[in-house]
Design a binder for this molecule. Structure first.
Ligand code: 3PG
Length: 306
């Protein structure tokens, strides 16, 4: 009987765990559940004899892969797989997959929710502003960016995008204007919603030079990764432009300084919340379980990322 470890420091909703179990039971696979672990050693022990594992933002390092002697496949139940050591997976002959699109709507709803919240002064009782008629720039038009664009258009926003890798026709069909350069996106749009992955090219790529291009009352919305922000540049733009505001799913490292100096101009989630809905957990978790079964039984590697 193949053993599947669900290792989630930040647990899935109980309904998602129940549905993952149902899928695995049907295939005669065993579910091993490890939630809310606080010590790496617990994870290292738990992976020892499992054939497959499903994680969220949990770090799957070389140490974890080396400890997992029977591991054949690791699933990142979500989009960004910057938490997986892909080189270590490949070296150990472990297939790594993500579950693209499965939690995108949840992340998109949070991006829009944070936009409303900051536009209304985080509900401070004073008159705020509306989203309708404002320009929104989607930085990277992947699954989440596309959902954000659809919802924003429903709010009456004018939506622009920058993404050199996307299908131009698809963007145009969505009623979104595709711009030729990232600089043009930032100088055109009051709101920027970030959807770039965290990798060697993008880490610390959003800094002062880009942010200073924002029109008056510019707002940066980050539901991507905190690592893509150059925090020195972030602090500089906060200091130099009193109109600049920043909302982020997860606080930056420099949170204390922002809290101390720039009251009312930010919002940070205390824990990564973008994909924290029952629906997203069910979609991503169940997709992950099915991908494991389809890989082990049929060799299907459609969502392989290594
Ligand atoms: C993702 O990359 O899918 C999101 O960042 C969700 O991360 P989480 O599963 O840790 O909430």
């Amino acid at each position: 009987m193949a053993k599947v470890l669900v290792a989630t420091e930040k647990p899935f909703a109980p309904a998602a765990v129940a549905q993952i179990k149902e899928v695995l039971d049907k295939a005669n696979y065993e579910l091993v559940l490890l939630e809310k672990y606080t010590d790496k050693s617990v994870l290292l022990k738990a992976v020892e004899n499992v054939d497959a594992m499903i994680v969220r933002s949990d770090k799957v390092t070389k140490e974890v892969i080396d400890a997992a002697k029977n591991l054949k496949i690791v699933i990142r139940a979500g989009a960004g797989y910057d938490n997986l050591d892909l080189e270590a997976c490949t070296a150990a002959n472990v297939v790594a997959m993500n579950t693209p699109g499965q939690n995108s709507n949840a992340v998109a709803e949070l991006a829009i929710g944070m936009m409303i919240s900051i536009a209304r002064g985080n509900y401070n009782g004073k008159a705020g502003t509306e989203l309708r008629g404002k320009k929104l720039g989607i930085h990277a038009y992947g699954n989440v960016g596309r959902f954000v664009a659809h919802i924003a258009r429903g709010f009456g926003m004018d939506v622009y995008a920058y993404d050199p890798y996307t299908d131009k026709e698809l963007v145009n069909k969505d009623g979104v204007v595709l711009l030729d350069s990232v600089g043009e996106l930032y100088s055109t749009c009051q709101y920027i919603s970030l959807h770039i992955p965290a990798n060697d090219k993008t880490i610390k790529s959003i800094g002062f030079d880009l942010l200073k291009k924002l029109p008056k009352n510019g707002i940066l919305v980050n539901t991507a990764r905190k690592e893509v922000i150059d925090e020195e540049g972030l602090l500089k733009i906060f200091a130099e432009r009193e109109d600049f505001r920043y909302v982020s799913d997860l606080a930056p490292e420099c949170k204390d300084e922002i809290v101390e100096k720039f009251e009312g101009r930010f919002f940070f989630t205390p824990k990564k919340m973008g994909a924290q809905t029952a629906e997203a957990n069910i979609n991503a978790g169940v997709a992950g379980a099915n991908q494991i079964i389809d890989f082990i039984e049929n060799g299907n590697i459609t969502f392989k990322v290594n």
